[in-house]
Design a protein around this ligand. Structure first.
Ligand code: ATP
Length: 431
């Protein structure tokens, strides 16, 4: 299974395009086409749903993308969010110093003349307004979490949440990666889904374990193959400056086991830093001890795009049906961008079938397709490739018996279903 196959499928079927494609493309930046947009939305919905289904207090939040220097100074990003970089003096190609062997020649031109390694800060910097002075500098956020911490007091004082509780956010993040690669795996503009869980220090460890279990459950719910996932606790020397324990959920990508999601015990590092930097108290009052304290945080952080890529890899299947090879996305029905396809056997039958399609689409609100172009075999293949769980075919018998053929994506098994039962049938398939 290669990355090229996924990239080709994404382009062919309208999941993902290179950004600024007609101008030669922008490296590490992608646009999502009609099907990609639906898949992304379904991924976000599944994540939100999984949080809502816990019995925990979680509120949702949407922070700004631009943040002031102070935010990133306090968080440590201004100083620490660096990757080491070297340039080839001959061909000018740029590398992450920790990703190539500097004792060997440049992989691009074969010469061995590198600059010394220097630290490169990965945040995108910009100026607000017309003045390009120090005071106008702002940064595109490299993670969504910090706006949750800077608004901690606002959320506490404007809602009725009490420790322990969570603040969850889905939003864009930007990192000027030196070498964006592996398609959606390492991008310069991407999206994160982050949960910051605030709790008392004595409960941090329990919640750290609790959230690892919950996140594992989530991957089970969206049908990711168990053998492709593993937990990878960080060694002490791998931990970020803010964390005392971190466990990654890794996925077995074709290019190796890689981080999909990070679950980190951040202690009270962030709130303490922002409190010191801003001079504002970011504490909560404990009725029992009659003392104020800064709560601890357990964070679950995952990229929407990285999850998108993982979902495609996990679902991509090539099999042979009746002697014919096909590509099929065996994606969870919950995530499938198109829930069902309505296929009249011939164009002549369109008019009769179309009203049923429209009615069910309206009643269920599901994203569905009505497709009349090409042979029925071709149309099935098209739907298999985009992961549509079920196709309904209206044929000449349908006129007589009021039934259609329902074809299952995974098994290609077919059964006759009464048209007035289609909605119930579909609801069952999608459960
Ligand atoms: P990596 O080591 O792969 O760079 P990280 O440890 O820097 O990841 P975090 O800062 O923990 O990543 O970000 C949380 C999540 O955000 C990651 O687990 C990943 O799913 C996603 N993510 C991070 N950087 C990128 C990126 N450049 N492109 C796409 N997704 C990303």
């Amino acid at each position: 299974m290669s990355l090229d196959k996924i990239v080709a499928l994404c382009k062919r079927r309208g999941f993902v395009y290179q950004s600024s494609d007609i101008y030669g493309g922008l490296n590490g930046v992608y646009d999502f086409g009609p099907l990609g947009t639906l898949l992304k939305q379904n991924i976000r919905n599944a994540w939100v749903q999984s949080l809502k289904e816990t019995d925990k207090d979680i509120v949702f939040f949407e922070g700004a993308i631009l943040g002031s220097y102070d935010v990133w100074k306090a968080s440590g990003h201004a100083e620490n969010f660096n990757d080491p970089m070297v340039d080839c003096l001959n061909c000018k190609k740029r590398y992450r110093a920790d990703e190539i062997n500097l004792e060997k020649p440049c992989p691009a031109c074969g010469k061995k003349e590198f600059t010394r390694a220097r630290q490169f800060n990965m945040m995108f910097k910009t100026n607000l307004g017309a003045a390009a002075d120090e005071a106008s500098i702002a940064y595109l956020r490299p993670e969504t979490a910090q706006s949750i911490f800077t608004n901690f007091k606002n959320v506490i004082s404007t809602t009725r949440v009490q420790i322990p509780f969570g603040i969850a956010q889905i939003g864009k993040a930007f990192r000027n990666e030196i070498t964006p690669k592996q398609f959606l795996f390492r991008m310069r503009e991407f999206e994160q889904m982050e949960l910051e869980w605030f709790c008392k220090k004595e409960n941090t460890d329990t919640y750290f374990k609790y959230w690892i279990k919950e996140r594992e459950k989530f991957y089970d719910i969206i049908d990711i193959k168990k053998e492709n996932l593993r937990l990878q606790p960080h060694d002490k020397n791998e931990l970020s400056h803010y964390s005392s324990q971190t466990t990654d959920i890794e996925y077995h990508f074709p290019f190796g086991w890689k981080e999909l999601e990070g679950i980190a015990d951040r202690g009270n590092f962030d709130l303490t830093q922002h409190s010191n930097q801003s001079g504002k108290e970011l504490t909560v009052y404990d009725e029992q001890t009659k003392q104020s304290y800064i709560p601890d945080v357990v964070e679950c952080s995952v990229g929407v795009d990285r999850m998108f890529l993982m979902v495609l890899f996990d679902a991509y299947t090539q099999d042979t049906i009746d002697g014919q090879e096909r590509i099929v996305l065996k994606i969870s029905p919950k995530l499938a961008p198109i829930k069902a396809a309505f296929l009249p056997l011939t164009k002549k039958l369109s008019d009769e079938f179309l009203p049923f399609y429209k009615k069910i689409k309206k009643q269920t609100g599901f994203d569905m397709q009505f497709d009349v172009s090409g042979s029925i075999g071709k149309r099935y293949r098209r739907q298999d490739e985009i992961g549509t769980p079920v196709c309904f075919t209206y044929d000449f018998d349908s006129q007589k018996d009021g039934k259609v053929t329902a074809r299952n994506r995974n098994t290609t098994k077919q059964e006759r279903i009464a048209i007035d039962q289609l909605e119930t049938y579909l609801q069952n398939v999608l459960q």
